[in-house]
Write a protein that binds this ligand. Structure first.
Ligand SMILES: C[S@@+](CC[C@H](N)C(=O)[O-])C[C@H]1O[C@@H](n2cnc3c(N)ncnc32)[C@H](O)[C@@H]1O
Length: 210
């Protein structure tokens, strides 16, 4: 069976997204040039499950895009918890804010507009869950910036780590090389245990040891 047929089959047999998430995805398709960047139904539901299982008090998302994953992560957030989400493209701010407000989460989600590499050091918080999903070239740097801010027993998730399967090729382009380096870096880091899942474009899960 072709991988995209498997993806379609998995989506078909996964709980449907809420009307708000469906509307956000529709508007993402209407108003952005690369709507496939949003986590979407299958991965979004997986993130929602992870968040519900962890019930994090504090979350950091690096790369909000239109806020699809933000709303999924919100569903497991502990009462009085906070999500910090960082997006460099200020033109997306209105869409992200619109859906945060529609979700009634204006006090639970703080949107930071700017370069994550500059913003992460300025946020005074520690995290139970970090979702790395911005520029792939900077994944190792994002990891180094957040690892000391992850609480013991906390999690780091990173999206697109298989890069369309290119990480296993002998001849790698620059992005694949960096993602391959990132995967090895996490796998060899004694501070964490990890599992690399072939969900969508590859999702790395690392748990900081206590
Ligand atoms: C794959 S999308 C994020 C998708 C979103 N997390 C979701 O699952 O729906 C990546 C986003 O990261 C943003 N981005 C890229 N480089 C960034 C940086 N240095 N700082 C903050 N955001 C960045 C891009 O503008 C883009 O909107």
């Amino acid at each position: 069976m072709l991988p995209n047929l498997i993806d379609q089959y998995c989506e078909k047999h996964t709980t449907s997204p809420s009307p708000l998430l469906a509307e956000l995805l529709r508007e993402t398709h209407l108003k952005t040039l690369a709507p496939q960047m949003a986590s979407g139904h299958l991965q979004g539901t997986f993130l929602r499950f992870i968040s519900r299982m962890i019930q994090p008090s504090s979350v950091l998302e690096i790369g909000s895009f239109t806020g699809y994953a933000t709303l999924c992560l919100l569903e497991g957030l502990a009462p009085k918890g906070m999500i910090h989400t960082i997006e460099v493209n200020e033109e997306l701010a209105y869409l992200i804010r619109k859906y945060i407000n529609l979700a009634g989460a204006a006090t639970q989600v703080k949107l930071h507009i700017g370069d994550a590499k500059k913003i992460i050091p300025t946020i005074e918080d520690t995290y139970d869950l970090v979702f790395i999903d911005a520029g792939k070239m900077h994944y190792p740097q994002y990891y180094d910036l957040v690892i000391d801010r992850v609480n013991p027993g906390g999690y780091i998730l990173a999206d697109n780590v298989l890069w369309d399967g290119k990480v296993v090729r002998m001849e790698k382009d620059r992005d694949s090389e960096i993602l391959d380096h990132f995967n090895k870096k996490i796998h060899q880091d004694p501070r964490v245990e990890n599992v690399l899942l072939p969900i969508r474009d590859g999702l790395m899960l690392a748990r900081k040891l206590e």
